[in-house]
Design a protein around this ligand. Structure first.
Ligand code: PEP
Ligand code: MG
Length: 679
């Protein structure tokens, strides 16, 4: 039976394939022995598991596996279970279950969401250990599949050959979990929030994960289709192949292509540099140095930091690498740092404030960065600035660190210093700040949270947290003006810079560089290449408020369109066209705002208008079959340019009405888009 399920998206994307389910551990084979036997059984299982983890360790997942191993060695886990076997004569199985509860309770009582989420990792580890102790062979997938489980742990995933994972679907999960980080590194979709997932999806079922349902509703839900018809299944598999081909084409195209608007990458570790070096990326615009400070018991030493920074900068040759000093606090708590519990941590001790309160730590980091700067092109950037005096303190600390390095006679270089603009105060003080530093980088994630008065971690309020809000663009504009009048460049390093619909606008506001999440680098670089090519061919007069018919054919008034979503005007003023062929043209000159993943709808935007062209009624169900898109998101197009070819004969043959619908809206932000379904 076909089942359609709505899921939350932790990591977007599209995947189609066979489900491989991770079900609850069967421990009926378990026979308890005496104390000594139980103790050695537990120890043998823990050793075997640690060995397995280490053997699956590669450059990309080393930090995550180390975090797993640390949990394994936590005093409240294996060691505690060991004590229970001796003191309370429990079996290894029962002792481990009690230890799991103790450790999970401890983690879950933390004020830090990152630490709380580690309890899912502990449950996953217990499952594997119980399997080992019960003599159950952990069965791993042998062909590419969609992993399905009520909850998956990093251990489950690290034990599997990466080539075998097409996508991940779970009941519990979160966008900031380690599983989400792993899915991001593998570039596969990860959906969660499906209750009784193992009741809905069985081992061997055919599953489609599709994040495009959020195309018009903007709420970020994904759809899960279980056991579709053979026709849809074949379409889905073809679609998946198209996506992989497009991805490798984007990578090829973006290698070493200079663009005026430079594209840098954001990283949070040392491993991503391999890929960035292969893609010959323009540089790294944000090293989130917190990866060295979080999820551990003590502060990292100067040498440990130096080695990590040196590894990154040498991998990037002479390309620019911007290291952000520790942005600890709020959602990024370091448990080893004695900090008061705050009611409102996003408005408390965080970012640069932590560095200025704990200057020893700050100077250690500055010294490590300056030593690494002797090996490449490093810049220093400070986060969460609100006042000009803070920058004076930064330079005082830098000077003191330089003095110390000189007295130690070690090699170092003093990098340029820049400021993150991520508070409204920093925007307003941009002219003064610009006179003190060498560059700005706009952190739109935090800037949106502080400007829109909405916690970026708030659940269920996504529609109020809109980084595309006009207020943010106005702040970008103010920042750019202040920077350029002092001759310094501006980067946008928040997620906004990686949004296709924002790129042309940021460029037109004078932003010099984008620094985007590592996984989006090739795609964004390609969009920028396209945008700049178009701009250089443009220069023609553009009539911005005239819409040309996107297809040749007979006009149908709004009320007669055979779909109430359109005929009721819910989507905006619209018209239908009964097309005489499948060529679809851009109705206005402007940028391509969004392309539905299923390719049946494209929206366009310029300063006056937003126009959606929707080809066919209910054709979302075709999953892209019969549509060939000729443009990409963020690309500039001329009015009348061919943007899509639709195989009208095929669409009709599959039983769909091919009517082309043109929806007009004034260009005034995206609020009006909410609550619409992807038709
Ligand atoms: C930002 O706030 O936009 C940013 C890039 O920093 P982070 O997301 O690490 O807070
Ligand atoms: Mg920030």
């Amino acid at each position: 039976m076909i089942e359609e399920i709505v899921a939350k998206i932790a990591q977007g994307g599209y995947a189609a394939g066979t489900a491989f389910t991770f079900s609850k551990t069967k421990n009926e084979n378990y026979q308890a022995g005496d104390k000594e036997q139980e103790k050695s059984r537990l120890k043998a299982a823990a050793d075997k598991f640690e060995k397995k983890l280490k053997s699956g360790m590669d450059g990309k997942n080393a930090e995550l596996i180390e975090a797993e191993i640390m949990l394994l060695h936590d005093d409240d886990y294996i060691s505690f279970a060991d004590r229970l076997i001796v003191e309370e004569s429990l079996s290894a199985l029962k002792a481990l279950k009690s230890a799991e509860k103790k450790l999970c309770d401890k983690l879950e009582s933390s004020g830090n969401s990152y630490i709380r989420e580690r309890s899912a990792d502990v449950k996953g580890m217990t499952k594997v250990l119980v399997d080992i102790m019960s003599g159950n062979e952990t069965v791993l997938p042998k062909s590419p599949c969609i992993l399905v489980g009520s909850e998956l742990s990093p251990s489950d995933i690290t034990l599997i050959d990466k080539e075998m994972i097409l996508g991940i679907l779970t009941e519990t999960g979160s966008p900031t979990s380690h599983v989400a980080v792993l899915a991001g590194g593998l570039d596969v979709p990860y959906f969660y929030g499906v209750s009784d997932v193992l009741g809905k999806v069985r081992d061997g079922d055919f599953v489609i994960l599709d994040d495009s349902a959020g195309f018009l509703d903007g709420f970020g839900n994904g759809s899960v289709t279980v056991n579709p018809t053979e026709n849809i299944r074949n379409i889905a598999l073809e679609h998946q192949e198209d996506i992989l081909r497009e991805k490798s084409e984007a990578e090829k195209l973006s290698v070493n292509r200079p663009t005026k608007l430079k594209v840098y990458a954001n990283i949070g570790g040392t491993d991503e540099t391999e890929t960035l070096a292969r893609l010959q990326a323009d540089g790294i615009g944000l090293v989130r140095s917190e990866f060295l400070f979080l999820g551990r018991d003590t502060a990292p030493s100067e040498d440990e930091q130096f080695e990590a920074y040196k590894k990154i900068v040498t991998a990037m040759d002479d390309k620019e690498v911007v290291i952000r000093t520790m942005d600890i606090g709020s959602d990024k708590k370091a448990d080893w740092l004695p900090m008061e519990k705050e009611i409102n941590p996003a408005l408390g001790l965080r970012g640069l404030r932590v560095s200025l309160e704990y200057t020893e730590l700050f100077r250690t980091q500055l010294m490590a960065i300056m030593r690494a700067a002797a090996f490449g092109n490093i810049k220093i950037m400070v986060p969460m600035v609100t006042s000009v005096w803070e920058i004076d303190r930064v330079f005082e600390n830098l000077e003191a660190s330089v003095k110390e390095l000189k007295s130690r006679k070690v090699a170092f270089k003093i990098p340029e210093v820049g400021v993150m603009i991520e508070t409204p105060a920093a925007v307003m003080m941009a002219p003064e700040l610009a006179s003190k530093v060498r560059f700005f980088s706009i952190g739109t994630n935090d800037l949106a949270q502080y400007t829109l008065a909405l916690d970026r971690e708030a659940k269920g309020l996504d529609r109020y947290y809109d980084p595309m809000h006009e207020a943010i663009f106005r702040m970008v504009e103010m920042t750019v003006k202040a920077a350029h009048s002092h001759g310094i460049p501006v980067t946008v390093c928040g997620e906004l810079g990686g949004r296709p619909e924002a790129i042309a606008k940021l460029k037109s506001l004078g932003v010099d560089e984008l620094s985007v999440s590592f996984g989006k680098y090739a795609k964004v670089k390609r969009l920028v290449i396209d945008l700049e090519e178009k701009e250089s061919h443009k220069a023609k007069h553009i009539e911005k408020s005239v819409i040309k018919a996107p297809a040749d054919g007979e006009l149908v008034p709004m009320a007669e369109i055979p779909d109430t979503v359109f005929s009721s005007g819910m989507m905006g003023e619209c018209l239908g066209i009964i097309p005489i062929n499948g060529n679809i043209y851009a109705p206005i000159s402007g940028t391509v705002k969004t392309i539905a993943r299923n390719k049946h709808a494209i929206s366009f935007k310029n300063e006056s208008l937003e126009v959606l062209v929707h080809v066919g009624i209910d054709t979302v169900k075709l999953n892209g079959k019969g549509f060939t898109v000729k443009v990409s998101e963020g690309q500039y197009v001329d009015q009348g340019q061919l943007v899509l070819e639709a195989d009208m004969a095929k669409i009709k043959e599959m039983g769909f009405d091919p009517m082309v619908i043109v929806v007009k809206n004034q260009s005034e932000g995206r609020g009006h888009e909410n609550n619409k379904e992807d038709k």
